[in-house]
Write a protein that binds this ligand. Structure first.
Ligand SMILES: NC(=O)c1ccc[n+]([C@@H]2O[C@H](COP(=O)([O-])OP(=O)(O)OC[C@H]3O[C@@H](n4cnc5c(N)ncnc54)[C@H](OP(=O)(O)O)[C@@H]3O)[C@@H](O)[C@H]2O)c1
Length: 245
């Protein structure tokens, strides 16, 4: 039985992943803003086999609570083996272009709050000498595009932070997993027209669960996004800057 902390536990991708942990008999500590949703998800996970499910309502932008939240999760579960960070927002790119306050708000949610959580999680796992840190990033962090470069900037910064953390913690036998989904059909993308490249949260959750089991460093989900991004990254900047992406 693993002891698993999920921040942003009401996300569709996180909820689908939590079901897989529950089915495996793992204990869970779920953190999100909406206590009612957390309660409903916790009940469902107990029915699915989780021996212990605890919840805590917290806004990820309340940085001052991060250390205490992690310490409480460790004490309540009697240890911590896996931490999954899943919360995020999809910025209104146009609004960010008009207002740096808006950009800062988005960078706080999608980048700085994650770096803060990682700082305290790394400390715990380094002292413990084992464990897994997994973070939901995005393919959007692989290359800046006019349609979503504020979101991409946040994810790219998280990716580099995770790379450094992986390098630092590999000696301590800690897995640091960067998760890069493509298009996923969740409430975050409710307004988008769906097509062939779109995946369901359950599919992405299966990939996250398997990447944790297989001790991977970076995973594209579904797998074909690795190839799509390789092509996108290979386009010379002088052409790329003229493309409408
Ligand atoms: N969907 C995609 O196509 C896609 C693609 C690549 C990467 N991702 C990433 O996958 C992760 C999960 O997203 P999703 O697709 O599952 O979307 P989702 O279902 O809309 O989940 C987003 C979650 O983030 C939470 N959240 C937002 N701001 C928060 C804050 N300040 N404090 C605490 N929680 C906060 C939301 O909670 P509330 O309900 O309280 O707002 C919600 O539970 C995100 O990091 C996203 O960037 C998604």
């Amino acid at each position: 039985m693993r002891k698993v902390l999920i921040v942003g536990a009401t996300s569709a991708i996180a909820e689908a992943t939590a079901r897989l942990f529950a089915g495996n008999g793992d204990a869970l500590y779920l953190v999100a803003r909406n206590q009612d949703r957390l309660g409903a998800i916790a009940n469902d996970l107990r029915v699915r086999g989780a021996p212990q499910v605890e919840t805590e309502a917290m806004d990820a932008n309340d940085f001052s609570r991060h250390r205490a939240m992690i310490e409480t999760a460790i004490v309540t579960l009697g240890g911590l083996d896996v931490a999954l960070i899943a919360h995020g927002t999809l910025p209104d790119q146009k609004a960010c272009e008009q207002s740096f306050d808006e950009t800062l708000k988005e960078l706080q949610t999608n980048c700085l709050s994650i770096l803060s959580l990682l700082t305290y999680l790394a400390d715990h796992f380094e002292r413990q000498g084992s464990g897994t840190i997994a973070v939901l990033s995005s393919v959007a962090g692989d290359r800046g595009r006019q349609s979503n470069y504020v979101y991409g900037t946040a994810k790219a910064a998280v990716n580099v932070f995770l790379q450094g953390l992986r390098n630092r913690l590999s000696r301590a036998n800690i897995q640091v997993l960067t998760i890069k989904p493509g298009f996923v059909d969740t409430p975050m993308t409710a307004g988008f027209q769906k097509g062939l490249l779109w995946a369901k949260p359950e599919k992405v959750a299966g990939g996250i669960y398997s990447a944790i089991q297989r001790k991977k460093d970076v995973v594209y989900l579904p797998w074909f996004w690795r190839f799509i991004m390789a092509v996108i990254n290979s386009i010379p900047e002088r052409l790329f800057k003229k493309m409408k992406l």
